[in-house]
Design a protein around this ligand. Structure first.
Ligand code: AHR
Length: 650
């Protein structure tokens, strides 16, 4: 098991130390809150009176390229600016010239040389003097360093050409920033005068774990060397080629998600129409992907393209909610419904066929050639993103045009609208909420009275925005309160996904504050909100029974779900106030309730408390046992706490 699984196992299933820590914290909280304690609230649950079923896909993941979520995040590529798209006034970003000893070299972008139609420029290194002991070349600094671990093999590749074979072999090594010493080395022999792809492996020995490393490429003779698509991968999740970081995939798996909404967000739309997520440019060999400018102000390598997105869902064994570009981009450009929109509708049909078609179809066949003959199962397709921003009023017509074409070919798909419509009822409507904790507390009944004859609801983006780069305990409380409302309304709300999911916590890594999972090159951690999400998704029943609560404080929230097949009842109790909340809990309608139950508790000392990259497990769920509860019992929820009580029914 990896470090990450150990950490999560410890956090979700409590070490002895964690239990003691929790008990001490709970005792202290109880002591400090004695004077101000609330009067007891009464929670009654009628298990024999089910109100409605819980959506089986309630909690999922929303993703896009923001905050270095993929490049410099989930996508395990270690070389930054591998295709040299990022260059300008400050030179070639993240690359440096190296001239050891008496060697002399310079680097520049060559706009006339590239290995493919998609990559038409490259880095040219002009070496005017070098020898075996005075080598010259370039180094790449990685995404805020390169994380290296002991006894690990890193797989590399690059495209190169030289003006003459006399330039000699290319030395490739991983070098520690501080010592300057190579920790792994390889040689690429016989550079050709034509563009060619070369592979190499770099194996570390018994080194210390560190992110302070860089990649060094040097030669020992004068000449010209062109480089492109320089790539290096550590071992990836499920050993996928061109795959994902294991720690981040494990963190998502531990959230018990049911779906992945992809590929955005603003990232789907782009600032301009030609900066949209143009899926056809994101499939196939990496050398055929031109890369593109994302609306979050950096270039996307598109290494994590459409097929990799789908495989990400597959690796987590979850559904895909596929968002298709719908003819509107962020800066306001839009395509009017009618013939000019038709190519975009056809692109969406091709995209759906690429994901779901069998191998006899054109795009299903392309997917098979790319190594994935089995189609992906998709139930939901989303038409655009946040189209309420389109002030031209074109969305109504654009949605209708996509709807008609997609339903004609794929009648089984449910189509999601991203703005309310006047002329037709969409299958599902995507609502987004970014609020403060107090606003969510005040709005937990938001969906209680919504018309059940309207569209189903997808809360496709939402978050309590408090804390930076990742959210704090108060945000977790706001989130948990809001989730009690979503569970109570899970007959209407079919899916919900927090956003943004990821942030690289290094300086310059964040474009959007208040994120769920933070990381650098080496490690990752969850915000308190991350654990709230994981608790709510892990302990979720199949039905909402009738229940009532009286006498609780204004900032106390709850939800109850039950699962008769598992014989489980899940009480979720959220105390957003500074004083503890005593309760009398009474469960009726079950033949018997087990004599002991499980308590999972996430508690902060105060609302601003949080986890950080250097203090990653300060606030984590702690699991204990409640003894002798039966069907009626007293329980106190500490201040600033999110709790789940799992009762067993017989
Ligand atoms: O989650 C960050 C951004 O918020 C998304 O890209 C966009 O859809 C929303 O406005």
């Amino acid at each position: 098991m990896s470090d990450r699984s150990d950490k999560l196992t410890q956090s979700m299933f409590t070490s002895k130390f964690g239990t003691i820590a929790f008990l001490v914290a709970a005792t202290l909280a109880a002591f400090t809150n004695v004077a101000a304690a609330q009067t007891a609230a009464a929670l009654t649950v009628q298990l024999d009176k089910p109100a409605h079923a819980v959506s089986p896909t309630l909690y999922g993941l929303m993703t896009e390229e923001i905050n270095y979520s993929y490049d410099g995040g989930l996508y395990a590529e270690m070389v930054r600016n591998r295709t040299f798209q990022d260059h300008g006034f400050g030179g070639v970003a993240h690359w440096n010239i190296v001239h050891n000893g008496a060697s002399v070299a310079a680097m520049a972008i060559d706009q006339t040389e590239g290995p493919s139609a998609a990559l038409q420029h490259s880095l040219v290194v002009s070496i005017t003097q070098a020898d075996a002991t005075n080598q010259a070349g370039v180094r790449n600094e990685g995404y805020w360093g390169m994380a290296l671990r002991p006894n690990t093999t890193y797989k590399g590749s690059l495209y190169a050409k030289a003006d003459s074979a006399g330039i000699g072999p290319l030395s490739v090594s991983l070098v520690n920033d501080n010592s300057g010493k190579p920790v792994a080395s390889a040689t690429v022999n016989e550079l050709s005068t034509q563009w060619k792809r070369y592979e190499f492996t770099l194996a570390t020995g018994n080194i210390e774990v560190s992110a302070q490393n860089h990649l060094l490429l040097t030669v020992g003779h004068a000449g010209k060397l062109w480089l492109d698509l320089v790539s290096l991968f550590p071992p990836t999740y499920k050993n996928r080629e061109n795959g994902n970081r294991t720690d981040l995939m494990e963190m998502m798996a531990a959230m018990h998600p049911k779906f992945l909404r992809l590929p955005g967000g603003n990232y789907l739309e782009g600032d301009q129409i030609d900066e949209r997520f143009d899926w056809k440019n994101t499939i196939g060999p990496l050398v055929d992907r031109p890369t593109h400018r994302s609306p979050w102000n950096y270039q996307s390598s598109d290494g994590l393209g459409l097929l990799e997105f789908l495989e990400w869902s597959e690796d987590l064994n979850i559904d895909t909610v596929l968002a298709v570009y719908a003819g509107y981009s962020l800066k306001g450009d839009h395509i009017r419904p009618g013939p000019t929109l038709t190519p975009f509708v056809e692109d969406a049909l091709d995209e759906i066929e690429f994901a779901t078609g069998d191998t006899s179809t054109k795009w299903g066949g392309v997917r098979a050639k790319l190594g994935h003959p089995n189609p992906f199962a998709i139930k939901y397709v989303e038409i655009g993103n946040e189209d309420w921003f389109d002030r031209s009023g074109s969305y109504e017509g654009r949605y209708a045009q996509f709807y008609k074409a997609i339903k004609a070919k794929y009648p089984q798909l449910e189509l999601i609208a991203t703005a309310p419509l006047k002329q037709m009822k969409p299958d599902v409507l995507d609502d987004h909420y970014y609020k403060r904790a107090d606003e969510f507390f005040a709005d937990v009944k938001h969906y209680d009275a919504v018309d059940r004859n309207g569209p189903k609801i997808f809360v496709g983006e939402w978050a309590t925005r408090e804390g930076s780069p990742t959210t704090n305990m108060n945000a977790a409380l706001g989130d948990a309160a809001w989730m009690t409302g979503m569970e109570r309304n899970s007959d209407l709300i079919v899916m919900a996904s927090y956003a943004p999911l990821f942030v690289n916590v290094n300086p310059g890594g964040m474009q959007w504050e208040s994120d769920l999972i933070g990381y650098d090159a080496l490690t990752s951690y969850g915000a308190p909100s991350y654990y709230a999400q994981a608790m709510f998704a892990q302990y979720l029943g199949t039905e909402v029974p009738t229940s009532s609560l009286t006498g609780a404080s204004e900032r106390f929230f709850y939800s109850v779900t039950s699962d008769s097949a598992k014989g489980a009842v899940y009480l979720k109790l959220v105390n957003g106030s500074s004083v503890s909340q005593p309760m009398e809990i009474n469960i009726t309608g079950a033949r018997e309730i087990g004599k002991s139950s499980t308590l999972i508790s996430l508690t902060g000392n105060n609302p601003a408390e949080t986890n950080t990259i250097s203090d990653p497990v300060r606030i984590i769920p702690v699991k204990t046992t409640i003894k002798n509860n039966g069907a009626s019992f007293s329980h106190t929820v500490p201040a600033y706490s999110i709790q789940v009580i799992e009762l067993q029914t017989k």
